[in-house]
Write a protein that binds this ligand. Structure first.
Ligand SMILES: [Zn+2]
Length: 97
């Protein structure tokens, strides 16, 4: 399982104790949250532990649920509750807030 860490080609900014990473190729892994075997290039690592992986869906779900604890606290809670995570990231990048 730890061999996966050698496949990382891109690391995204950490969100709390989760870090989204992009792998070189589509890889099979088990999501520790929904307990489902996934095939994806993008997944999240929890606390740098490659035995605790999240699929993209669980990552975004966790981000939304734990919004108050993430570094994105400068985004008002009402916006976090209204827009999907992807939209928030885009707004964040453009610095419109
Ligand atoms: Zn999952």
């Amino acid at each position: 399982m730890s061999d996966l860490s050698k496949q990382v080609i891109k690391r995204f900014p950490e969100q709390g104790d989760m870090q989204l990473v992009s792998l070189r190729a589509v890889t099979k892994f088990e999501c520790s949250h929904c307990q489902t075997t996934k095939h994806a290039k993008v997944l999240a690592v929890v606390s740098g532990d490659w035995n605790r992986l999240l699929c993209n869906g669980c990552y975004e779900k966790t981000l939304t649920e734990n919004g108050g604890n993430s570094p994105r606290t400068r985004i008002p809670a009402v916006l976090r509750a209204t827009f999907p995570v992807i939209t928030l990231l885009r707004v964040d990048t453009k610095g419109e807030l």
